[in-house]
Design a protein around this ligand. Structure first.
Ligand SMILES: [Zn+2]
Length: 141
């Protein structure tokens, strides 16, 4: 996430929470900031937890998990499972490429999703696709 975006996103989080009259503790704000700073990397719960420990050594895994789920419920982030491990993701419709051998997930641009939607339409399949995960071994070219 670009730095400029980041403060906007955080403002968005706090606005959405106050609309729902949810209380945001300083601890939750710090955890949310950590989560948002890692969303582009598709970080796992464990990675987010480790990062959170650097600023909040006493925080528990369940608090980190609950904060992720709160941000997901507010539609600020998305989550999905890869090999039974939760990963965080951006919410716009896109294709994720999972390089199994490198344990890395990268995003394809939004045009790729449009193309796939068009191809499916040719087969009479009209879908509102939210997320695609392509799972494989990435080979250096
Ligand atoms: Zn993604």
């Amino acid at each position: 996430m670009a730095e400029t975006n980041f403060d906007e996103e955080m403002k968005n989080v706090l606005e959405k929470l106050s609309e729902k009259e949810l209380r945001m503790t300083p601890q939750r704000i710090l955890i949310s900031k950590t989560i948002l700073s890692m969303v582009k990397n598709h970080s796992s719960l464990k990675e987010i937890y480790d990062e959170t420990q650097k600023v909040l050594p006493r925080v528990g895994m369940s608090t980190v998990y609950n904060t992720i789920k709160m941000l997901e419920a507010l539609k600020i982030i998305d989550t999905f499972d890869v090999d039974g491990k939760m990963r965080i993701d951006q919410t716009f419709p896109h294709i994720n490429i999972y390089c199994r051998n490198e344990d890395k997930i990268i995003d394809l641009d939004e045009n790729a999703m449009e193309e796939i939607t068009k191809i499916l339409a040719k087969y009479g399949v009209n879908m509102n696709i939210k997320k695609i995960l392509i799972d494989g071994k990435c080979i250096d070219s």
